[in-house]
Design a binder for this molecule. Structure first.
Ligand code: KIV
Length: 281
């Protein structure tokens, strides 16, 4: 049984010369956790993208701590080798450090080893409080989906020099407060390289180019289960939505034609033996 991935092991990958990039994918339930863990990823992110990918919302703002705990528990129950990181949802870490720690503790009790939160220097008091409570924290900078209304949509961030400088400062502030890794989402590759070179913890990019210390994709995007929108940074490795629809259509056709179920898919009554049934015992 291979050893479980730990927070120090993830943090130390930054310093380990020649180690391969970290691989993180989202998982929202037991089947997706088992599937991704069997593929030997390093981290499973119970992302608040569950709102859009699984629960049918238009953005991530609708999910609650209860929702995240429910999905985190399903992922954790599978006992993955990969490190389980759970997203703190919108408004679970915006009110006070105390509130943040209480909400994060619910995710840890549900089975997360670490939590992720969005935003830069203004989150420092919350990051410090979490680290003080022994809860490892992953930061998330760039396109932070919980800020969709403030940002005016899901847009690439850090394209202007001032915004890029601010993002580098935010990264430094989060790391100084104790974050063990940073997600960089939808930022120019040169900016992600700058952050990666500036911080002593791993950066994990999504739409942030190849210089990051790791890469993350939403599982349903890479599997082609979610194919309604396709951001530029998504590479599809399968077409599960098309394959799934074709499979269900084949089932429907078999049912309608009478080809399903076949005798071998059907139970027969038990054959009673013995004198009462008129059969040899
Ligand atoms: O919720 C999520 O899926 C994420 C990834 C995009 C990093 O935060």
């Amino acid at each position: 049984m291979p050893a479980r991935v730990t927070v120090p092991a993830v943090r130390d990958r930054k310093a380990a010369a020649g180690s391969p990039p970290l691989v993180m994918v989202t998982a929202y339930d037991a089947p997706t956790a088992r599937l991704a863990d069997a593929a030997d990823v390093d981290l499973l992110l119970v992302g608040d993208s569950v709102a859009m990918v699984v629960l049918g919302y238009d953005d991530t703002l609708a999910v609650t701590v209860d929702d995240m705990a429910h999905h985190t528990a399903a992922v954790a129950r599978t006992g993955p080798r990969a490190l389980v990181v759970a997203d703190l949802p919108w408004m679970s870490y915006h009110v006070s450090p105390e509130d943040t720690v209480r909400n994060a503790a619910r995710l840890v009790r549900a089975g997360a080893t670490a939590v992720k939160l969005e935003g830069g220097a203004k989150r420092v008091p919350m990051v410090r409080a979490l680290v003080d409570a022994e809860i490892p924290v992953m930061g998330h900078l760039g396109l932070t989906p919980q800020s969709v209304h403030a940002l005016g949509g899901f847009k690439v961030q850090g394209r202007q020099a001032a915004a890029a400088d601010a993002l580098v400062d935010d990264a430094a502030a989060l790391v100084e407060a104790g974050a063990f890794a940073l997600v960089l989402e939808a930022v120019p590759a040169a900016l992600a390289r700058r952050v990666t070179e500036a911080v002593p913890v791993p950066t994990i990019g999504i739409g942030a180019g190849p210089a990051c210390d790791g890469q993350v994709l939403v599982l349903h995007d890479l599997l082609g289960l979610e194919d309604r929108v396709r951001p530029r940074f998504v590479r599809r490795y399968a077409s599960l939505r098309a394959d799934g629809t074709a499979a269900v259509a084949a089932f429907a056709a078999d049912v309608r034609s009478g080809a399903f179920p076949a005798p071998e898919e059907t139970y027969e009554p038990e054959v009673r033996r013995g004198p009462a049934a008129g059969l040899p015992a």
